[in-house]
Design a protein around this ligand. Structure first.
Ligand SMILES: CC(C)(COP(=O)(O)OP(=O)(O)OC[C@H]1O[C@@H](n2cnc3c(N)ncnc32)[C@H](O)[C@@H]1OP(=O)(O)O)[C@@H](O)C(=O)NCCC(=O)NCCS
Length: 147
């Protein structure tokens, strides 16, 4: 049985989001960056929480014209492989649909096998590579999902 739920984020979640960000990425966004995201009405973030309220993952997108751009998605290491990333991404897709968005795009490091598997599982299609995006030898894969 699923022991987490995914909801729209609140101000109180920002510290936990920044902690997960620090754990998951070499160049993490700061707590202050997430405060700026929170103040932007075109940004939509969701958090996965355990029944006790612990934040175990987050993900969000920017609504730009009629497109959605996934900013990030991350799950704390101890909670991975249990469907949390899938549930967050499904929530993002549902929210984008509700907002009348026609297509969602994202960049992912060409070496990030787990994230690539997650995006492809939910129907994102590879549209090309952007060389040197994450470093001189680390291209980004560009994905699109048409809604
Ligand atoms: C990518 C990430 C968010 C996936 O979160 P998760 O909660 O583990 O994902 P799920 O359990 O929902 O798994 C989704 C799919 O991803 C793939 N996947 C996830 N973990 C995997 C692993 N260890 N090995 C192989 N495939 C894996 C599978 O296809 C899986 O679907 P399935 O279980 O139906 O086969 C997580 O690994 C993470 O936070 N990584 C670090 C941050 C990051 O790189 N974010 C993406 C930036 S673009």
């Amino acid at each position: 049985m699923k022991d987490f739920h995914v909801d729209f984020y609140t101000l109180n979640d920002l510290r936990s989001i920044a902690e997960i960000e620090k754990e998951c990425f070499e160049k993490p966004w700061s707590y202050e960056s997430f405060c700026m995201e929170y103040a932007d009405k075109n940004k939509f973030y969701f958090v996965a929480k355990t029944p006790t309220g612990e934040v175990i993952g987050y993900g969000g997108y920017a609504h730009i014209l009629d497109e959605g751009h996934i900013m990030n998605i991350a799950v704390t290491a101890k909670a991975r492989g249990k469907g949390v990333g899938t549930a967050i991404l499904a929530k993002i897709i549902g929210s984008a649909r509700e907002n009348g968005i026609g297509a969602i795009t994202l960049e992912v490091n060409d070496n990030n096998k787990n994230a690539i598997a997650l995006y492809e599982k939910l129907g994102f299609k590879l549209s090309g590579l952007r060389p040197h995006y994450y470093g001189w030898d680390q291209p980004a894969r560009i994905y699109w999902l048409y809604l």
